[in-house]
Write a protein that binds this ligand. Structure first.
Ligand SMILES: Nc1ncnc2c1ncn2[C@@H]1O[C@H](COP(=O)(O)OP(=O)(O)O)[C@@H](O)[C@H]1O
Ligand SMILES: [Mg+2]
Length: 179
């Protein structure tokens, strides 16, 4: 699948400390396009990968996760919903997807007792909504995805890598994009 309808740009800079940061930006013009972008990301993921979703309410974090689930081989008939109340939803695909929402966690001890660290090292793919609330516990190979509302239908989706593994995934997405 080629995401021919999307606009891409790429920047590189020296981020925090020694880590080189790469950013890759995609404009999504509908929720369906956001699902397709998620699907592309999901199809590239393997056990141990962590996706940190950052963006305000309604920016599309859960829609992107629906796509990631499809890309991980979870049946499109499976309803992927916001895990705000359950805290973590688990889906079985090619690998297990742990979909978490840490919005409601107020203290580090709540985060730890929710088992976040166990999930992060638990041999599945972890997708975290509101991950920016707890940046310190995210592993270095985390792929951060920032979602910005442009208007009712459009979202600016920026993939950020700070590690070789995350850069590999950004590179693979870029290869699928139009030149
Ligand atoms: N391009 C787009 N990408 C994602 N969602 C979009 C887009 N355009 C409109 N929407 C709407 O925005 C809302 C996003 O909701 P959701 O994914 O639950 O947000 P979040 O999890 O970030 O709070 C949905 O109602 C969706 O239909
Ligand atoms: Mg959500």
């Amino acid at each position: 699948m080629r995401l021919a309808f999307l606009f891409f740009s790429r920047t590189q800079s020296h981020g925090i400390g020694h880590l080189k940061e790469e950013r890759f930006t995609i404009i999504s013009r509908s929720d369906q396009e956001t699902i397709l972008i998620g699907q592309e990301i999901g199809s590239l993921l393997a056990e141990g990968d962590v996706i940190a979703l950052v963006g305000e309410l309604g920016s599309g974090k859960t829609w992107l996760t629906k796509g990631i689930a499809h890309g991980l081989g979870i049946s499109p008939a499976t309803v992927v919903t916001s895990p705000s109340f359950a805290l973590v939803n688990e889906y079985q695909g090619r690998v297990t997807l742990f979909h978490m929402d840490v919005y409601r966690l107020e203290t580090l001890s709540e985060v730890l007792s929710a088992g976040l660290e166990e999930y992060l090292h638990g041999g599945g793919v972890v997708v975290l909504e509101w991950a920016n609330r707890w940046p310190d516990i995210l592993p270095e190979h985390t792929i951060t995805v920032e979602l910005l509302i442009l208007d009712d239908h459009s979202r600016k989706i920026t993939l950020i890598s700070r590690s070789p593994r995350a850069a590999e995934i950004l590179g693979a997405i870029e290869k699928k994009s139009p030149k």
